[in-house]
Design a protein around this ligand. Sequence first.
Ligand code: GDP
Ligand code: IMO
Ligand code: MG
Length: 429
Amino acid sequence: MPAYAVIGGQWGDEGKGKIIDYLAGKVKAVVRYAGGNNAGHTVINDKGTFQLHLIPSGICWPGVYGIVGNGVVANPDVMLDELNQLESRGIDVSNVYVSERAHVIMPYHIVQDNLEEKARGSSAIGTTGQGVGPAYVDKVSRGGVRFSDLLELDSLSQKLEYTIQFKNKIFTRVYDGDEVSFEDVLKRCRDWAEWIRPHIRSTDQLIHDLLDEGNDVLLEGAQGTMLDIDHGSYPYVTSSSPTIGGACTGLGISPQSIAGVLGVFKAYSTRVGGGPMPTELHGQAAENLREIAHEYGTTTGRARRVGWFDAVAGRYSRIVNGMTGIVLTRLDILDGFDTVKICNGYRANGHEIDRFPSNTDLLAQCEPVYEDFPGWDTPTSGVTTWEALPENAQNYVSRIQDLVGCPIQIISTGPNREETILRSPVIGQ
Ligand code: GDP
Ligand code: IMO
Ligand code: MG
């Protein structure tokens, strides 16, 4: 039995957590493959409301493994905090594992992230400040700390002594910042080693076994396609591959084991941090949508930038990931608008552009070309069947399906697990 990927189709925060929680009752494991605790995934069900940054969003289902794969970078403090919070609310976390190959976000990565952002000035990326970028840089430059290293403290101590000396030179001489203390960092590692040992595992082998035994597995994307280090609007991106390729390298599974790729899209667009967003709304129009939608970041609390649905970016996202189906979330947010819009092309320097540009400067110059649709007065909020949606909402959804070029299999009409329309089954088909 195969794996199914759930991937952000836009700039993150599409509602992946809700959809994973909705689907996870049918699978044996939910696995994170990329990103780190820059993610913030909201899950709302009969057990309560959960903001998950690292622990996979299937955790509320008993007996479902929650696996943090090798492609993830993780802050053990955030992981412990999340495990404790879940346990205190009666959720079983004994099946949560982190790959021995996953990289640790060290305290100096967080310092570095914030010093680098400050130094970027007006070109700041608007990172989440969680140390994710610097942790990936150290991974790629082969100076990182892996979870397995936390179990070998003597050799880790030697490595850290060198690393921290080097980091401190940069922090003080380049950024005019403060030193981090080697002793403090080593103590943190000792504290982590005490509780984390039972959670560290060869997760690639575990996932291979689960698949070989005939179980279905959900691959939980973090961030979104337009934030991909290669395919997003570089340099205004995250430092990992949220797209489907990242799922294979971030878990050690083959593309053949993935039977379906679900792209999650909001019925409109949002983005946190810097970088171009062609359909962005400004002024009162933006305020209205942001307040109705309550668009504030789960991880940082920042106001999210908002705009209309971008089908040019959507098509690109579908192609990059080989999406087999779409999940459209937050349709209810558009209830009551007189007119709703879909961007179906860009215009820049007097030219029409219908493919998503790889040149970020060109993308920043793109003006959206919109199709207008009449809104709907009858609320979609909480609706659970396609037939019960107002006709204008059906037309809007169908047009997104046609323009992105992929069947919309699930429509979400509210944050709760049940507020969902399943148009065609996605698991076990
Ligand atoms: P993620 O990072 O992709 O998991 O998304 P976030 O959790 O950061 O942001 C999505 C927000 O939308 C959360 O507050 C969810 O509870 C909420 N949400 C998800 N689906 C729906 C929906 O269909 N309607 C409404 N109104 N809210 C939704
Ligand atoms: P989920 O999984 C939205 C954005 C940051 C910033 C850029 C780089 O909840 O969808 P980083 O800290 O990764 O170096 O920041 O990426 N970003 C996200 N935006 N949702 C996320 O995750 C994000 N994770 C990172 O705002 O623009
Ligand atoms: Mg989020």
